[in-house]
Design a protein around this ligand. Structure first.
Ligand SMILES: NC(=O)c1ccc[n+]([C@@H]2O[C@H](COP(=O)([O-])OP(=O)(O)OC[C@H]3O[C@@H](n4cnc5c(N)ncnc54)[C@H](OP(=O)(O)O)[C@@H]3O)[C@@H](O)[C@H]2O)c1
Length: 239
C-alpha cells in the first residue's frame, strides 16, 4: 500500500515540485493549498496525488480537518511543512498585521499541524516530518528579519521535537534551501540576484527540483538515521 504524505503549499513552487517528485517515487501525496492551480490540477489523479483545500492560517480548524483527512486516506506516514509567506521589508516600517501573519503561517501553523499529524504517526509507530526552513535562518539578509525569525524557529522546533518523537520511530528534520526561483523570490532586485549567484561556488543556484530530491531522500530509506538536523541545499552559497 502507498504511504500517505501531506505536502503543504502544494499549489506552486517548491511544494508543487515536492508533490511531483513524491508521486513519481510511489507515495500517495495529499497536496494542501488554499486553491489549486492548472499545474497541481494536472497532477491530481485521486490515486497518486489528491488535492486537499485548506487555509493553513486556520489553526483552530486543524484538529477536525486532520481527523477528516485520516478518515478518508488512512494513517499518515509523512508531513512536509512547506507552505510559507515571504513578507519582506524593514522591521521599523513593517505593519504589525504582517508580522502576526508571518508568525502564524510560517511558524504556528506548522507546529499545530505537526501536533495533530504526529498522533497518526505515533499510532503507526513510524513517521517522517520535514520542515522547510531557509538559509536565512542562520545568515543575515536585510529586510527579512521577521521571515528569518520564523525559519529559525522551525529549526529549534525540529531539534527538540526529534528528541520527543525519536523513540516512537518518527524522525523530524529541516531542509534549508538557498535562493530558488519561485513566486516568492520574483520581486528580488537584479543586482541582489547577481550577488547571490556570485556567492555560489558553481555560479548556480538550487532549483525547486533539487530541493525536492532532498526531501524525498529524507522520507525514504536514506533518511532512516537522520534525525533532528538541517539539510542545507544551497549549491554551496553559504560555504
Ligand atoms: N524561494 C526561495 O528562494 C526559498 C528559499 C529558502 C526557503 N524557501 C522556503 O521554501 C518554501 C516554499 O517556497 P516557494 O518559493 O515555493 O514559495 P511560493 O512560490 O510563494 O509558494 C508558497 C506556497 O505556500 C502556500 N501558502 C501560503 N500561505 C498559505 C496558507 N495560509 N494556506 C495554505 N497554503 C498557503 C501558497 O499557496 P497560495 O497560492 O494559496 O498562497 C503556495 O502554494 C517556503 O517554506 C519558503 O519559506 C524558499
Amino acid at each position: 500500500m502507498k504511504k500517505n504524505v501531506i505536502v503543504t503549499g502544494a499549489r506552486r513552487g517548491l511544494g508543487l515540485a515536492i508533490c511531483q517528485r513524491l508521486a513519481a517515487e510511489g507515495y500517495k501525496v495529499l497536496a494542501v493549498a488554499r486553491s489549486d492551480s492548472p499545474e497541481l490540477n494536472a497532477l491530481c489523479d485521486g490515486e497518486r496525488v489528491c488535492f486537499e483545500a485548506f487555509d493553513l492560517a486556520n489553526t483552530d480548524k486543524m484538529h477536525t480537518w486532520v481527523g477528516e483527512l485520516t478518515k478518508r486516506h488512512g494513517r499518515i506516514y509523512g508531513l512536509v511543512n512547506n507552505a510559507a509567506i515571504g513578507v519582506d521589508g524593514v522591521l521599523t516600517t513593517m505593519h504589525e498585521l504582517d508580522i502576526a501573519q508571518s508568525l502564524l503561517v510560517n511558524l504556528q501553523s506548522p507546529i499545530v499541524l505537526t501536533k495533530y499529524v504526529s498522533r497518526s504517526m505515533l499510532l503507526g509507530g513510524e513517521g517522517r516530518i520535514i520542515n522547510i526552513s531557509s538559509i536565512i535562518a542562520s545568515t543575515g539578509f536585510s529586510g527579512l528579519s521577521v521571515y528569518a525569525a520564523t525559519k529559525a524557529g522551525l529549526i529549534g522546533f525540529t531539534k527538540s521535537l526529534s528528541r520527543e518523537l525519536g523513540k516512537a520511530g518518527i524522525t523530524v528534520n529541516c531542509v534549508a534551501p538557498g535562493y530558488m526561483e519561485s513566486d516568492m523570490t520574483k520581486g528580488i532586485a537584479p543586482d541582489k540576484l547577481l550577488s547571490i549567484k556570485r556567492r555560489s561556488p558553481s555560479g548556480k543556484l538550487a532549483s525547486v527540483e533539487s530541493v525536492a530530491v532532498s526531501v524525498a531522500f529524507l522520507l525514504g530509506e536514506g533518511g532512516n538515521m537522520i534525525n533532528g538536523t538541517t539539510v542545507t541545499v544551497d549549491a554551496g552559497s553559504t560555504a
